[in-house]
Structures are given as C-alpha cells and as structure tokens.
Design a protein around this ligand. Structure first.
Ligand code: NI
Length: 135
C-alpha cells in the first residue's frame, strides 16, 4: 500500500458532549495497522468528558495546550508534546485556553495480554458502544 494522506478538514466528524471527534475507523485501516486513532477538538474553556477504557492511549497535542488529569495529577501538555495513558487509567482532557481550540491526535490499542491480564477485564469501558475510547 502506498502513502495515504488523512485530511482532518474534510473528514467525517461527530460531536461527543461538545467535543468534535474524527474517528480513523472511516479510513478502514483495521488489520493494516496495529492501532485505532482519532483526532478530537475541545472548544476554548471546555473539557472532554471523563474517559476510561482498557486500551493504552498515546496522544499528541496538535494545536493549543491540554490540561490532562489522570491518576490524581494534572499536567499541562503544550502543542507538539505528547502524553501516554495506561489501559484502565481514568483521564480527563481540558482545553487550557479560554480563546483557542485544543486539537489532539490519539492512537490507542489493546495492550498485550500478558500485561493486561484480568485488569482490562475488570476495568471494562466507561464509554458508549464499545468502540474504544470516547475522547
Ligand atoms: Ni481516552
């Protein structure tokens, strides 16, 4: 398969609690890459809903600054930097700015069975529909 370009501006988006989500499922990459992915945009001054899922999640801040709450800590992640969440780790992402949008790219995948064990089974997903992380 040759190079493919994914244009966020023309992609199919959905609104999840005020957050604009562009899921990469629409690119039908399943089986060709070992992860799923999405972009999401949090409006100025807003926060994404609390999220928790068995997948590990690597997020790169594409625009703006994220305020990430997880494991009792809150960390500011500026544009160009990234954060990695463990499976089962509850997290909430806030837009740190009252004027600029926050755009994040996230890739997520189920951890290898050995490292997850009964933990993922116990954690389950707080999101709706079992299609992976909400945001
Ligand atoms: Ni998540």
């Amino acid at each position: 398969m040759g190079m493919r370009m994914f244009d966020r501006a023309t992609a199919e988006a959905q609104s999840v609690s005020g957050v604009t989500v562009v899921r990469w499922e629409q690119y039908e990459l399943a089986g060709t890459v070992p992860f799923q992915a999405m972009w999401y945009e949090v409006p100025p001054g807003a926060a994404a809903p609390l999220d928790r899922h068995p997948e590990r999640e690597l997020s790169v801040v594409v625009a703006g600054t994220a305020e990430v709450e997880a494991g009792g800590d809150t960390v500011r992640v500026p544009s160009g930097s990234a954060f990695l969440l463990d499976g089962g780790e509850a997290h909430r992402v806030r837009n740190a700015s009252a004027t600029s949008p926050l755009v994040v790219f996230s890739a997520y995948w189920m951890p290898a069975e050995q490292t997850v064990g009964s933990r993922a089974a116990a954690v389950g997903s707080a999101g709706g529909g079992g299609e992976g992380p909400d945001v």
